[in-house]
Design a protein around this ligand. Structure first.
Ligand code: FE2
Length: 229
């Protein structure tokens, strides 16, 4: 762990484990108290443990995210959530589970990024869908990630998901507005599409949840690819 390039995500540890759950609930109670009007619909918390030289490549997440840093130092770069840094079809593909979070990246974009080094006790959040990448700088890294669903993120994801579904039907949706009757119709359409896919669609895991490697502490990286094994 301290030598390789491992990145372990204990998903939902914060909202399921009996020891961490009260801390997680306390955190959100405090966030609600300090931010009147902040009403998350649901929140999930994971614990990230990663090697000193590990990194996370350029990607975007579907949820609102809050990262609280506990141990080590990591460099965080956040890019604007629109073209050329983020293209709507990429988010649509992600919401349709056809793509992983990884997306095309140009190193020149680092000049456009908000860059910060996180030390223990600091935290970071970013606009919904803003792409980001992370490089560990020093020591074994531990952070808590909170994935939050809000009314705004639910609506935005429903509109993009519906646009993606329409594109797959040969239509060309133009609006990504989350306001008005059209957005509400897209929310209903997105729900109907998901219900239809549940019954008739192909069963597919999220691309990222496939097992592609084995932990191997003898390897330089701490893992080896399954295909190459
Ligand atoms: Fe992320």
């Amino acid at each position: 762990m301290r030598e390789g390039k491992l990145w372990i995500n204990l998903r939902e540890a914060m909202n399921r484990d009996a020891v961490y759950k009260p801390l997680f609930e306390g955190l959100f109670a405090q966030l609600r108290r300090l931010n009147p009007g902040y009403r998350p619909i649901s929140a999930y918390g994971g614990i990230l443990i990663s090697s000193p030289k590990a990194q996370v490549f350029y990607h975007a997440d579907v949820s609102e995210t809050l990262l609280l840093h506990v141990k080590g130092v990591k460099r965080f770069r956040i890019y604007p959530p629109h073209a050329p840094w983020l293209h709507e079809p990429s988010m649509e593909g992600l919401l349709h589970k056809e793509k992983t979070e990884d997306m095309p990246f140009d190193p020149a974009w680092d000049a456009d990024a908000a860059t910060m080094d996180l030390t223990p006790g600091s935290f970071v959040s970013w606009p919904l869908h803003a792409p980001h990448r992370v490089e560990n700088v020093e020591g074994l890294n531990v952070s808590i990630t909170c994935e939050v669903v809000t009314k705004a993120s639910l609506m935005r994801n429903a509109v993009l998901h519906a646009n993606g579904a329409m594109r797959r039907m040969g239509l060309k949706p133009r609006s990504t507005s989350t306001q008005g009757v059209q957005a509400l119709a897209k929310l209903a359409f997105s729900k109907a599409w998901k219900a239809g896919m549940k019954i008739a669609g192909p069963r597919k895991p999220m691309p990222k949840s496939e097992d592609t490697f084995e932990v191997d502490l003898g390897a330089d990286t701490g893992y080896r690819d399954r295909a190459a094994a």
